[in-house]
Design a protein around this ligand. Structure first.
Ligand code: BV8
Length: 256
């Protein structure tokens, strides 16, 4: 592992643009359940069965109970060492060099809706699947299409109502079968034009997020994966390191 870490460190040191894509695995050490890992399942439902517009249309209360459970869980969690390293890097100062020169442009794309990157102070963050702490109007009223922040735990009323039209409110997240917001997809695709593309804690199964590392590679970026276990991307990247992000990212940072 040390050789691989050293190789990634060398590539980051020589880079001008670093892009990092994160998934549920980066928040696992904070106590946030992953989707496909231990405790990922809620009751007997697969996330894909609940995180869809159809599921919400069928039973908004059930879907809100699931999101309320996740909000309560996440509310008790703190960013971990992996979030902190990425937040520091996103401050743009080239790790290891003097603050004046050699700024490293760092872009962070997350699939996570837990906002732990935000709480860690991460800059240049694109939350491509939205936030569990933001709501929007299910009935699509003009004012309610712009998400509003609601961090109440517990949510007094389930399902919560749209403050603009009194209709149903929904979590402002991207559900399966729903398109990403244009500006997020564009920002994510722009960020694939980089020198180093690092994926951290993602099973590389859900698209379009899982396609980004291949697009970065196609554009000539050095690609690396840090994940607890093998993924469909492991054989496609230049370097794949399998272990805990909360352990490996601080070690990588120490090498810079
Ligand atoms: C769309 C928000 C079309 C909601 C989420 C191409 C091929 C096949 C299928 C598709 C395709 N294109 C589209 C699809 C369909 C679908 C899809 O990808 N399905 C999958 C299941 C095959 N994609 C969509 O529906 C997307 N929309 O395509 O729209 C469209 C286009 C135009 C017009 C109309 C429609 C929308 C996808 C977004 C869905 N929303 N989240 C919510 O959170 O409630 S996805 C959700 O699941 C997460 O956000 C995340 O993206 C994904 C989970 O993946 P991970 O984050 O990677 O988590 P996972 O648990 O799987 O893995 C964790 C990993 O961490 C594991 O490998 C584990 O080993 C590792 N780990 C654990 N601990 C640690 C660790 N690693 C390091 N350190 C540790 N400590």
């Amino acid at each position: 592992m040390n050789d691989e870490l050293t190789l990634i460190a060398e590539r980051i040191t020589g880079a001008r643009r670093l892009t990092i894509l994160t998934g549920a695995g980066i928040s696992a050490a904070s106590g946030v359940p992953t989707f496909r890992g231990e405790g990922g399942l809620w009751r007997q439902y697969r996330p894909e069965d609940l995180a869809t517009p159809d599921a919400f249309g069928r039973d908004p209360r059930l879907v809100w109970e699931w999101y309320a459970w996740r909000r309560e869980t996440i509310a008790g969690c703190q960013p971990n060492a992996a979030h902190d390293v990425i937040a520091r890097w996103s401050a743009g100062v080239r790790p290891g060099s003097d603050p004046g020169t050699g700024r490293l442009k760092v872009g962070v794309i997350t699939q996570n809706v837990d906002d732990l990157h935000l709480r860690a102070g991460t800059r240049n963050l694109v939350r491509i699947h939205g936030s569990i702490w933001e709501l929007s109007c299910w009935d699509g009223c003009p004012a309610g299409t712009t998400p509003w922040r609601d961090e109440r735990v517990p949510l007094a009323d389930l399902p919560p109502r749209c403050p603009h039209c009194g209709g149903l409110a929904r979590p402002a997240v991207v559900w399966f079968g729903e398109a990403l917001r244009d500006e997020h997809l564009r920002a994510a695709l722009d960020a694939t034009a980089c020198d180093v593309f690092l994926t951290v804690g993602t099973s590389a199964i859900v698209y379009p997020a899982a396609g980004l590392v291949h697009e970065a590679r196609r554009q000539g970026a050095f690609t690396a994966e840090i994940n607890l276990e093998e993924t469909p991307a492991s054989t496609a990247v230049d370097v794949a390191i399998h272990g805990g992000a909360e352990v490996i990212l601080p070690r990588l940072a120490d090498l810079l």
